[in-house]
Design a protein around this ligand. Structure first.
Ligand code: FE2
Length: 373
C-alpha cells in the first residue's frame, strides 16, 4: 500500500469516509453512502488518483461526483484524471473557472448519494471560489478551518474578513460534535470536531473580526513552490508533459523552481556538479525514499546526465503511483548548453515539507498571546 492510501474508513451517520493523506500535507476524501455505494471524491491530489481508482473499483463504489473545494495553488489536482476514469461529473464553484467543469453548485445546493444528502456551502476567504461540504455529523472544510489553524488569505483573491465570516457562520450553524475533515493537515492531527476547535484553535480565540484580519495578514508565508505552473495546470486542466525542454527548465530554475528538480544521478556526480536547490535522490534509492519524492512540490522534474536514468526514474515512480513528473530532456548536459547555471560541491536538500495553504501563526499556540516576530 502506498503512503497516500486511506488507512482506515471513518463512519459518520449514513456515510463511510476514506481519508487520503499526502506527505505534502494535502488531504483528500472519498465520501461514500453506506447503503448504495454512491460516492463523491473531494480534493483529489494527482498522487491520489491511482489509489482512489483502485479502491473505488475494488469496493464496487459508484463515483458520481468529483469536487475541488477551491482552486489549489500548492498541488496538482487529479480531478480531471479521476473523473475521466469513471466518466463522472466534475464540480467547482462558478468563480473557479476550471476548464472542462460546467457544473457549479450554488450555496446550499443538495447532492444525493443514494438516500443520503450532501450540502454544498460557499465558504469564501482562502479564495473567492471556496466551498465546504456538509453531511450530517461532519464537515469537509477544504482550506478554511484547519485543525488548530486557519487557511492563509494572501493570494488568489483571498480575503481575511470573508474567511472570518465563513468560519464563524458554519461553526454557528452546525453542532459542536460535527467532525472536521480539513483539506490540509500539517501536524499529524487527522481528526477534530467543531467543539474541540472552539476550545483549542488559537484563531478561534480571536473574537474580534478586525483583530483576526490584522493577525492573519500580518505575517504572510512564502508562496507555494511552482504556484504559477500549478494554477495553469489546475485551471486549464492540461496534463503535465512527460518531457520538458532544457530551455523551459532554465526558465523555471531562474524563477526559483529548482526545488522541484529531482536529480537521480549518483552522489559523486551530484557533488561534482548540480543545479543549486535541486534534490539528490539517486535512481536506486527512489523506492526506499518515495515519500521524499511525494513531499516535493509537483510538477517534479527528473534530471540525470543526458536523460536515460531520468526516464527510468519516471517509469519506476509511475509504478509507485507517483504522478506529476516530467523528464528534463537531455539532462544536465543540455541544461548547461542552454546556459543554465550549475554549482559544485555538497549541498544539503532543503526541507521539502510545505505549510503553503495554512496561515502563519503570529500568536502563541498555547497561550493565545502574540509572538514577538
Ligand atoms: Fe488551498
Amino acid at each position: 500500500m502506498s503512503q497516500t492510501s486511506a488507512k482506515k474508513i471513518e463512519e459518520v451517520s449514513s456515510f463511510m469516509i476514506a481519508p487520503y493523506v499526502h506527505p505534502q500535507g494535502c488531504r483528500g476524501y472519498l465520501l461514500v453512502d453506506k447503503l448504495s455505494g454512491d460516492s463523491i471524491a473531494i480534493d483529489v491530489h494527482l498522487d491520489f488518483v491511482n489509489d482512489m481508482t483502485k479502491r473505488l473499483k475494488d469496493e464496487y463504489w459508484n463515483l458520481l461526483y468529483v469536487i475541488d473545494t477551491h482552486t489549489h495553488a500548492d498541488h496538482p489536482s487529479g480531478s480531471s484524471s479521476i473523473a475521466k476514469n469513471f466518466n463522472c461529473l466534475r464540480m467547482a464553484h462558478k468563480k473557479a473557472e476550471h476548464s472542462g467543469v460546467s457544473n457549479h453548485p450554488e450555496n446550499g445546493e443538495e447532492l444525493f448519494l443514494g438516500e443520503s444528502t450532501v450540502f454544498v456551502r460557499h465558504t469564501p476567504g482562502h479564495t473567492p471560489d471556496h466551498m465546504g461540504i456538509y453531511i450530517e455529523g461532519a464537515f469537509f472544510s477544504g482550506d478554511s478551518l484547519l485543525i488548530g489553524s486557519v487557511a492563509r488569505t494572501d493570494f488568489l483573491g483571498g480575503d481575511a474578513g470573508q474567511l472570518y465570516d465563513s468560519i464563524h457562520s458554519f461553526l454557528k450553524e452546525y453542532p459542536g460534535d460535527t467532525v472536521l475533515f480539513p483539506g490540509h493537515d500539517y501536524q499529524s492531527k487527522t481528526k477534530s470536531t467543531f467543539g474541540e476547535e472552539k476550545k483549542e484553535n488559537p484563531w478561534l480565540k480571536i473574537e474580534d473580526r478586525e483583530e483576526f484580519i490584522k493577525n492573519l495578514t500580518a505575517n504572510p508565508p512564502e508562496r507555494p513552490a511552482n504556484m504559477d505552473e500549478l494554477l495553469h495546470l489546475n485551471r486549464e486542466g492540461v496534463e503535465i508533459a512527460k518531457l520538458i525542454s532544457s530551455e523551459e527548465t532554465k526558465k523555471i530554475v531562474e524563477a526559483g523552481g529548482a526545488i522541484s528538480i529531482i536529480d537521480v544521478r549518483s552522489e559523486m556526480e551530484f557533488e561534482d556538479e548540480h543545479i543549486s536547490g535541486s534534490h539528490l535522490i539517486p535512481l536506486d534509492q527512489l523506492e526506499s525514499r518515495a515519500d521524499e519524492v511525494r513531499a516535493i512540490a509537483a510538477p517534479r522534474l527528473l534530471l540525470c546526465k543526458a536523460g536515460g536514468r531520468a526516464s527510468a526514474a519516471f517509469e519506476a515512480l509511475d509504478e509507485m503511483n507517483i504522478g506529476g513528473l516530467s523528464v528534463i530532456d537531455g539532462g544536465i548536459l543540455a541544461f548547461k548548453e542552454t546556459g543554465g547555471k550549475t554549482v559544485k560541491g555538497k549541498e544539503l536538500d532543503e526541507d521539502a515539507s510545505s505549510t503553503s495553504c495554512s496561515a502563519s501563526l503570529p500568536i502563541d499556540f498555547e497561550t493565545g498571546k502574540k509572538k514577538d516576530s
